[in-house]
Design a protein around this ligand. Structure first.
Ligand code: ZN
Length: 280
């Protein structure tokens, strides 16, 4: 078990790249929404804009934060600090407990990002994509990633996590995040079965809806249990009627790389409730 978990953690980058390629092919052959039907150029343009943000975040994280996290994890382990170091647990159990703690935290961080106006300013960039697909899974403003990466330094110490626990969490969580954003549809019975444990494309399409009651639901990244436990689980009767994006952010000027980078400074500061049209 321990060896398998270590191997998963060491291959997180490859897992993400392979998942991305498979989902791009799936979206090309059997898209759920026909945003880009016979419009390869439009699809590539949309993907390149989202990838621009992905690259900025990857550079900042790989060349900066990873080293700080490594230091924090080594300091924590050397001094036996944090929650997980207060109990004797087998290596695999400690690693899985760390994954659960990080996943629960990610749920709450996402929920705060919808509630706290300052955080929502940044998180809007992720929600303003009117054509959500697998490339949206990495469309985050660099400011949002900077803040959440900084908070993670404290979490490593608080949880008593080792560095490889973070790599393991990323390797397990990120393919689920890519899958849930993909412009694909699963047979309803299969989606139902899968969402007993994981976030599915159905669940996350609801989260990216313009309708505020749907936007403010399904916050979890990997395990669907958090939404069920904290009362934010929601399904849609007709997924095909969902409209992605945010009002006031549909213009091409807001969807360009510069437009997305400027989004936190946009005068429209309102939270999802006021931004989205109520259909109820
Ligand atoms: Zn969100």
């Amino acid at each position: 078990m321990e060896t398998i978990l270590h191997q998963i953690s060491e291959n997180s980058s490859w897992v993400s790249v392979v998942t991305l390629l498979l989902l791009l092919i799936w979206e090309g052959y059997a898209p759920f929404f026909s945003f880009f039907r016979k419009q390869m150029k439009k699809r590539a343009h949309h993907a390149l804009r989202n990838f621009a943000l992905t690259i900025m975040n990857a550079v900042m994280t790989s060349f900066g934060f990873i080293w700080v996290w490594l230091w924090a994890a080594d300091f924590t382990t050397a001094n036996q600090l944090g929650l997980l170091n207060q109990f004797f647990l087998p290596v695999w159990a400690k690693a899985l407990a760390a994954v659960l703690l990080f996943d629960a935290w990610t749920y709450w961080w996402h929920r705060f990002s919808h509630i706290v106006p300052f955080l929502w300013r940044f998180h809007r960039v992720h929600h303003s994509d009117p054509q959500m697909d697998v490339t949206t899974s990495n469309r985050f403003h660099i400011g949002e990633i900077f803040i959440s990466n900084t908070v993670r330094i404290a979490l490593i110490i608080l949880f008593g996590a080792e560095f490889w626990h973070i790599a393991l969490f990323t390797a397990l969580m990120f393919p689920v995040v890519q899958f849930q954003h993909a412009n694909i549809g699963l047979p309803p019975k299969f989606d139902r079965l899968l969402r007993t444990l994981f976030v599915t494309p159905h669940m996350h399409k609801v989260h990216h809806s313009r309708y505020y009651k749907e936007t403010n639901s399904n916050y979890t990244s990997m395990l669907s249990i958090w939404d069920r436990l904290f009362g934010s689980f929601r399904l849609s009767k007709d997924l095909s009627k969902i409209e992605f994006g945010l009002n006031h952010f549909d213009d091409d000027s807001k969807q360009s790389v510069l437009g997305m980078l400027a989004t936190p400074a946009s005068k429209n500061r309102t939270l999802p409730k006021a931004e989205n049209p109520s259909k109820s």
